[in-house]
Design a protein around this ligand. Structure first.
Ligand SMILES: Cc1cc2nc3c(=O)[nH]c(=O)nc-3n(C[C@H](O)[C@H](O)[C@H](O)COP(=O)(O)OP(=O)(O)OC[C@H]3O[C@@H](n4cnc5c(N)ncnc54)[C@H](O)[C@@H]3O)c2cc1C
Length: 291
């Protein structure tokens, strides 16, 4: 199939992009890596009358500023695998990126596109929630900072308004005594996740002092696994009650059911992957403690 007719506009600056998006409203869409938008246009699931190509904008940056990692909207997925700060401080982020599509997709797809597209099974929205990231959105009217926890509203639905685009995502640097991991099951390696779980724990004196756990594939947007987080708090790192955390999460959910997996299967994956992600995070924490 071919897309419905559209006009292509190459944004010359951020202000130009925002002016075009303001002018076109619901009829206009930013074009990032095009890895989701173009297939959807070809299938006529998306019919924008105007594409605003943002690829020439200076939004391809990763920088640490104080205690925040700022990632520009145009950073391609493959870059995280080479960035020292991601490998060293954001292990769960690093794990998650390896599950995104295959190398050609990772070489084009952008964080802004992935966050704005909000596919229910996508990894980066879950990663943003896992680290308590803030989405920086800009429009002709100014800037909005939206907590990742409030940003994903459902399948392909976000808090972005017409005329707004993502310009960056800010990740608080995890504290020194913390560790994380991300686990996923998909039908084939390059497929979207059936279920995925990211876990980030903080620890002190051999005990877990806090945990943040996020899952995809349970509801239509990533969700926090709060019962699992609570089950871990205060537990010794060495005993790492990963199985109990997985069970606590699975007991309280009513997962979606679709042609990929039944609700029951997703529940058992949620328990298993929570357990594995927590176990790996504890293992990394113990290794870090020995260095
Ligand atoms: C075969 C295949 C397998 C894939 N597998 C996975 C996978 O396993 N996991 C995964 O997470 N993704 C997967 N993807 C999707 C891929 O990661 C995309 O790159 C991503 O979802 C969208 O990023 P993009 O930059 O390509 O966005 P685009 O396709 O350009 O845009 C997607 C949507 O976001 C909007 N948009 C783009 N940039 C911005 C911005 N800065 N601000 C606001 N709105 C914006 C567009 O208007 C559009 O509505 C796969 C894609 C394909 C084709």
């Amino acid at each position: 199939m071919r897309p419905t007719p559209f006009e292509y506009h190459r944004a010359e600056s951020l202000d130009h992009a925002l002016a075009l998006l303001a002018e076109f409203g619901e009829e206009g869409r930013p074009l990032g890596g095009g890895q989701s938008l173009v297939p959807m246009m070809n299938l006529r699931l998306a019919r924008p009358a105007h594409l605003v190509d943002i690829n020439g904008l200076p939004l391809d940056f990763i920088e640490v500023e104080g205690d925040v990692l700022r990632v520009g909207a145009l950073v391609r997925h493959e870059r995280y695998l080479k960035e020292k700060v991601i490998g060293e401080r954001f292990a769960a982020f690093h794990d998650a990126v390896q599950w995104i599509g295959h190398p050609t997709i990772r070489s084009r797809g952008t964080i802004g596109g992935s966050i704005a597209h909000a596919d229910p099974s996508a990894e980066l929205p879950a990663v943003a929630m896992l680290y308590g990231a803030t989405i920086i959105a800009r429009s002709a009217n100014g800037e909005r900072r939206i907590a990742a926890d409030d940003f994903f509203l459902g399948a392909y639905m976000t808090a972005l308004e017409a005329g707004e685009m993502v310009v960056a995502v800010e990740f608080p640097l995890p504290p020194a005594h913390s560790a994380g991991a991300f686990m996923e099951i998909s039908e084939r390696r390059s497929d979207f996740a059936t279920v995925s779980v990211g876990a980030q724990i903080t620890f002190s004196g051999g005990s877990i002092t806090g945990a943040r756990i996020v899952a995809t594939g349970v509801e239509l947007q990533p969700i926090r696994a709060i019962p699992a987080e609570e089950a871990l708090s205060g537990k010794p790192l060495s005993a790492c009650e990963a199985r109990a955390a997985g069970r606590a999460f699975a007991e309280g959910i009513d997962p979606i059911s679709d042609n990929v997996a039944s609700s029951e299967y997703r529940r058992s994956l949620a328990a298993e992957l929570t357990s594995r992600a927590v176990e790996k995070a504890c293992q990394r924490a113990l290794e870090a403690g020995q260095e």
